[in-house]
Design a binder for this molecule. Structure first.
Ligand code: SF4
Length: 674
């Protein structure tokens, strides 16, 4: 396969074509001498990553994206990075330092310094107006980058990547939206290139490491750089001696989703292709790296085969599965733990100060806390393995079973239904969430591989079924919350589980009581229909919907859907990077959303509500209740008297603030507690 062919970036020889892209983890600023960060990178190097690009390493305090960023020009930051470099090299990997300055995306709260930028243009991301850099300030910033490049070489990094994309400082200098100067550093397209090109020159003078520039293939903000200007910039960088161009897309302020579940895979590849064409046509053919929404190795292979692109950068897929390379090389693709693009434990956390992990791999970032090796045998015992029953095979139970088996225990997984997955079986039907089904596939295969005794259609109802176990994990999940409302037992009323079980049985006019994540997903499914298998068609529809070279389209469905919520916003509780995109998508599809309602009754005509404007009937053929959940914890009464250790996890333990991240995390933690 082409993806496994060796490649080269400047003087750097790489074993294959998959690069682990930069992810800020918030482990960088931990007070642990860099130990957790080193363990995280080491595991991925051991799993076959050829080149790992670090999260952004701030070249100065004012340029840090948060207070947990590593400060590469400061001794404490350097000390925290050394173990990572050594650990990656010890595993035979290579590691590039990403040199970073947030510009107007910095937060004053991080280090008490007001953000700086080419021009004082308000940022809705950092919610501040930056101070305009003076000529001296620009010179100092360039020097900070050059110093950081020199330090990178001294520390032993194998390459540097300049973060010149996603709307950060270097990108801000290129864009007419954020660079409104009229001096050597701005004024026309050529002068807006000056900062990046001077940066490249100074970095190359400061060190002999290969230099990658991560540029923005499209900013996706109104009036920003044109495709021609971006291509011209790429050519200028190539002429200036850059060793590779990594093509990112979209700013934090862009109102077009770029990395969420509803973004079709590979939709950004044409932007990298156009950069490749530009440098090729200009006769300065440097390697080009495609990134964003590529999370299957076979898809990476297809891109390399179908285009002239040289490398594929994957970031989140390495969080989800540190062994994605090693496992894929043996063609055991069924054992790859696929990133589902939920962003819930990664990007959503990285925007704040919380440590990044992964919904489908809760060990990510916590490798030292949860070592995956069997415990030492207990003296006098045959071995240290325990017989453990896990009851319930939703995300929490699946992760508990996997972790327990990895620790060497003998695990039996009891599931009442005829398939694993719990609520993920509903989620995988939602447009853009097909990969939630990949999580079910992964756990099905890995549990089989680990020898877990999986018993489907095996509800627990008697204590005899639990005899002989040394411990129990109860992960029976949730049930839809019932509402006490006149008419709620009518024939046209379904709970959300019944609705997901057979969406075709739902009427043409739908009223959904509830406006949280499940209600939003259901509305999306009912209007957009299931995801098509035709990726090209999905990409085209996405482009039209979000105005990428087309006119936004509205739903062709003749169904009407009304979402109602008593308090809070529609979709509140969803992840920060996902909510706006999905709510925007259902708005495109014509969903009516009403908040601040009081429910009066359900009748044969629909739902009677009170609003600020008075009473109103929401006409509906089908009424769906998606107004929360309650724990399915009835088995506690059965288990508690047995006198054996047990853990209750996931929705069975508590539904307040429940999400799948917490569920899988509790699965992992329970396995290490028992
Ligand atoms: Fe992917 Fe979600 Fe894990 Fe992030 S948290 S790496 S998006 S599966």
């Amino acid at each position: 396969m082409k993806v496994w062919r060796p490649g080269r970036i400047g003087t750097l020889e790489l074993e294959h074509r998959l690069i682990m892209g930069s992810m800020h983890l918030n482990l960088e600023g931990r007070d642990d001498q860099g130990a957790a960060l080193a363990a995280f990178y080491a595991e991925r190097a051991r799993g076959g990553a050829s080149l790992i690009v670090t999260g952004g390493l701030a070249v100065s305090r004012v340029g840090a994206g948060g207070r947990m960023y590593a400060l590469i020009n400061e001794p404490s930051g350097q000390q925290a990075l050394r173990p990572s470099i050594e650990a990656v090299h010890a595993e035979g990997g290579k590691i590039a330092a990403q040199l970073f300055h947030a510009g107007r995306y910095a937060f004053e709260t991080s280090f008490g310094l007001p953000p700086v930028a080419p021009s004082p243009v308000y940022s809705s991301f950092s919610r501040s107006t930056p101070t305009e850099l003076t000529e001296d300030g620009i010179r100092q910033t360039l020097q900070d980058f050059a110093d950081a490049a020199r330090v990178s070489a001294e520390l032993g990094f194998d390459a540097v990547e300049v973060m010149a994309s996603e709307g950060y400082l270097v990108n801000q200098f290129l864009s007419p939206v954020t660079n409104q100067r009229d001096d050597d550093w701005g004024g026309d397209a050529r002068r807006r290139q000056a900062f990046g090109l001077q940066l490249l020159r100074m970095i190359k003078d400061a060190c002999s490491l290969p230099v990658i520039f991560r540029i923005s293939g499209a900013d996706l903000v109104p009036d920003s750089s044109t495709p021609a200007e971006i291509a011209d910039y790429a050519v200028a960088l190539a002429r200036g001696g850059v060793d590779a161009i990594n093509v990112g897309v979209g700013w934090h302020e862009a109102r077009v989703p770029t990395v969420q579940t509803l973004v079709p895979q590979g939709v950004w590849v044409p932007y990298a292709e156009s950069i490749k064409d530009a440098v090729h046509d200009a006769g300065v053919d440097v390697p080009v790296i495609a990134s964003n929404r590529i999370n299957h190795v076979d898809h990476a292979e297809q891109i390399l085969n179908d285009t002239a692109i040289d490398f594929i950068s994957m970031a989140r897929p390495f969080l989800a599965d540190p062994r994605i390379v090693a496992t894929s090389r043996t063609r055991r693709l069924d054992l790859v733990n696929t990133c589902i693009a939920c962003n819930e434990a990664c990007i959503d956390r990285s925007i704040g100060d919380a440590e990044v992990s992964c919904l489908v791999n809760p060990r990510a970032g916590r490798e030292l806390d949860f070592p995956e090796k069997p415990p030492e045998p207990v003296e006098g015992a045959d071995d240290s393995a325990l017989r453990i029953a896990v009851i319930g095979a939703g995300p929490a139970g699946l992760e508990a079973a996997r972790s327990l088996a990895t620790l060497g225990h003998r695990v039996t997984l009891h599931e009442a239904e005829d398939e694993l997955g719990g609520q993920f079986r509903m989620a995988r039907q939602v447009p853009g969430k097909r990969d939630f089904g990949e999580t079910i596939r992964y756990y099905t295969k890995i549990l089989d591989e680990l020898g877990v005794d999986v018993r489907l259609r095996s509800p627990i109802s008697a204590t005899e079924q639990l005899s002989g176990y040394h411990g129990i994990v109860l992960a029976t999940g949730v049930e839809p919350r019932r509402l006490d409302l006149p008419g709620i037992d009518g024939a046209s009323v379904l709970d959300y589980q019944q609705a997901f079980a057979d969406p075709t049985a739902i009427g043409r006019r739908v009223a959904i009581i509830g406006g949280g994540g499940i209600a939003v997903d259901l509305a999306h499914l009912l209007l957009a229909g299931a995801e098509s298998d035709d990726l090209a068609a999905e990409q085209a529809a996405f482009g039209a919907e979000w105005g990428l070279g087309g006119v936004a389209v509205t739903s062709e469905s003749d169904r009407t859907v009304t979402l109602m919520r008593r308090t809070g916003k529609i979709g509140s509780g969803m992840g920060i990077t996902t909510r706006w995109a999905v709510v925007g998508a259902i708005r495109h599809h014509g969903v009516t959303m009403i908040t601040g309602v009081a429910y009066r009754s359900v009748t044969e005509h629909g739902v009677q509500i009170d609003t600020d404007d008075g009473p109103k009937l929401i006409e509906a053929d089908t009424v769906i209740i998606a107004a929360g959940q309650q724990p399915n914890d009835r088995l506690i009464k059965l288990i508690d008297p047995l006198g054996i250790p047990y853990e209750v996890i996931g929705g069975a333990a508590d539904t307040a603030g429940l999400n799948a991240v917490r569920a899988t995390s509790q699965g992992l933690e329970a396995a290490h507690k028992l």
